[in-house]
Design a protein around this ligand. Structure first.
Ligand code: ADP
Ligand code: ZN
Length: 528
């Protein structure tokens, strides 16, 4: 049936049909109702308020935290013939006044505003006199104090409902673990609003996690499968961003750095090149990405561990927005985990916040170490129970498009290795990092081992049967499974936990994931 909504979708936006829940959402909001929309990045959220804005009398006021995003959207809307404008700090007074006049005269379909501007008494009284179609609150998770994008002003947006109860509101976000979802509804007084929850699955993204061995070489190997394609490489620090970009450029890859500490001009140049030129790889901190709409990003690589599953999901969600196959690849090791634990512990945050961040990190580590389908683990975090219909190559309801589905990992009985590791940690005083304990286990007579008299420990040399790489894998998994913990307040030394005892006493066995065989190419290269 050709509804006015479908008609506008085709006529204005040039799309043949609605996607997923779009039709229902547009209808609901256009009819004057409130909505809370949870849809993954690339799912098509913008249309959910842009179309009702065109269908209803008056202007839609769109609250958005991102100036760059506002400008892009307004530009795109104008090209489609919609009457759109934005108000933010980049405009001079004259332009801003002209836009305000248009708003009052009913000459705008959509007006994007930054929250701090919207909340000024002057702007609120302006809205009293303007014809209003609806309020759209984009990136609604910014209201959540626990999210990484918290914006204080978002908390005050309840005034929209209090002052204009008859104007429908639609809040949208791509971050939707159930607690955040509840917090959005509560904080924005949207408990009564209808919720539209789309599946967060991104079937075209292939998830892979590899154990960190030599991150640079592993990344280069991964990039070989993506020659000439655009992608994003995320690093934890600005220094590593610069270093990695240089390293990749030195290996013939068109790589540019991006982080908040860069000169603004150079940063904007790099972003522009990534968006316009073909096959550019951006090496970035997480400062890069929010609001970047590039459909053909073919991969997102993490060479450092992200801080949470939500963050990981958002960052990887920037790949494959065009629906074509894309890779989400992560390289992770014990060092990442130690570093992040220290960063949390040594931050200024209060205890409650620290506990929360440790828990979020635990969940992410659980994802990395899982032997189950990655997609199942990822989506379970968003309260979604993923069971594949029966795609090719899928086993046990797995997706058939992640490393664990494609090459099911093997478990090995690591009880004895775990006992050796734990007892060596104990005997060396529970204050050294994995590298040193591994040296002791492998019987090294390094300077440091001798200096501390660790060559005289009973555990010296009892682990010579495993190589250092295998031991690193064991230690990483012991920490991930809570059998060892990191002294994050100090220098990151390892110590036993309350669960270690049962393993040491032989009351509990330990099954670990077997370390993946090194790729042939890597092996030959390493021996050259
Ligand atoms: P989100 O804000 O959820 O990340 P967008 O609103 O930016 O997603 O939409 C992502 C892409 O999908 C855009 O390029 C948009 O033009 C396209 N899109 C949205 N809805 C449709 C549709 N019904 N048919 C075809 N393309 C669509
Ligand atoms: Zn899978």
């Amino acid at each position: 049936m050709q509804t006015p909504a479908l008609d506008a979708l085709q006529r204005v936006f040039g799309h043949a049909a609605f996607r997923g829940e779009q039709a229902a959402i547009v209808e609901h909001v256009a009819a004057g109702n409130d909505a809370l929309v949870l849809m993954p990045t690339g799912g098509g959220k913008s249309l959910c308020y842009q179309l009702p804005a065109l269908l209803r009398e008056g202007a839609a006021i769109v609250v958005s935290p991102l100036i760059a995003l506002m400008q892009d959207q307004v530009e795109a809307l104008r090209q489609l013939g919609a009457r759109a404008a934005f108000l933010n700090s980049t405009l001079d007074a004259e332009t801003a006044q002209a836009i305000e006049r248009q708003l009052l005269a009913g000459e705008l379909d959509l007006l994007y505003v930054a929250p701090e501007r919207l909340l000024t008494p002057r702007f609120l009284s302006l809205l009293d006199r303007a014809p209003l179609a609806l309020f759209a609150i984009d990136e609604a998770h910014c209201v959540s104090q626990w999210g990484h994008d918290f914006r204080r002003e978002y908390r005050e947006l309840t005034i929209l409902h209090e002052r204009w109860p008859q104007v429908p509101r639609i809040a949208l976000t791509a971050t939707a673990d159930p607690p955040t979802q509840r917090e959005i509804a509560e904080r924005l007084q949207l408990e009564e609003a209808r919720r539209f929850v789309s599946s967060f699955d991104r079937p075209n993204i292939r998830y892979t996690v590899v154990e960190k061995d030599n991150a640079k070489r592993q990344l280069l190997d991964f990039l070989q499968a993506h020659g000439g394609e655009a992608g994003i490489v995320y690093c934890l620090s600005r220094r590593k961003v610069e270093e990695m970009a240089e390293f990749l450029a030195g290996h013939g890859i068109d790589a540019v750095p991006y982080h908040a500490g860069m000169d603004a001009g150079r940063r904007a140049d790099n972003q522009r090149r990534f968006l316009r030129a073909e096959g550019v790889v951006v090496v970035a901190t997480i400062a890069f990405g929010m609001g970047i709409d590039k459909p053909d990003v073919r991969f997102v690589a993490h060479v450092d561990l992200p801080k949470s599953i939500e963050g990981y999901y958002q960052e990887t969600g920037r790949a494959g927005r065009d629906g074509e196959p894309a890779d989400a690849w992560m390289c992770y090791g014990l060092g990442d985990l130690v570093l992040l634990r220290q960063m949390i512990e040594q931050s200024e945050s209060g205890d409650e916040r620290k506990r929360l961040e440790h828990r979020k990190l635990d969940a992410l580590v659980g994802y990395c170490e899982s032997m189950r389908c990655r997609r199942q683990v990822l989506l379970a975090n968003f309260g979604e129970d993923y069971v594949a219909a029966a795609p090719e190559g899928a086993t046990g309801g797995g997706c058939g498009n992640c490393d664990n589905c494609l090459q099911p990992p093997e478990a090995w009985d690591a009880t004895e290795a775990a006992q050796k590791a734990l007892s060596c940690v104990y005997r060396s005083g529970q204050r050294f990092g994995a590298a040193h304990v591994i040296d002791i286990l492998r019987g090294s007579d390094s300077e440091k081992v001798r200096q501390f008299g660790h060559d005289r420990l009973s555990t010296h040399g009892i682990g010579a049967d495993l190589d250092a790489r295998a031991w690193r894998s064991v230690f990483r998994q012991l920490v991930a499974h809570g059998l060892l913990e990191v002294d994050a307040e100090g220098y990151g030394g390892l110590r036993l936990t309350s669960d270690s005892r049962a393993v040491l006493k032989g009351e509990q066995g330990v099954l670990l994931r077997r370390i993946a065989a090194r790729r042939e190419r890597e092996r030959t290269r390493a021996t050259r």
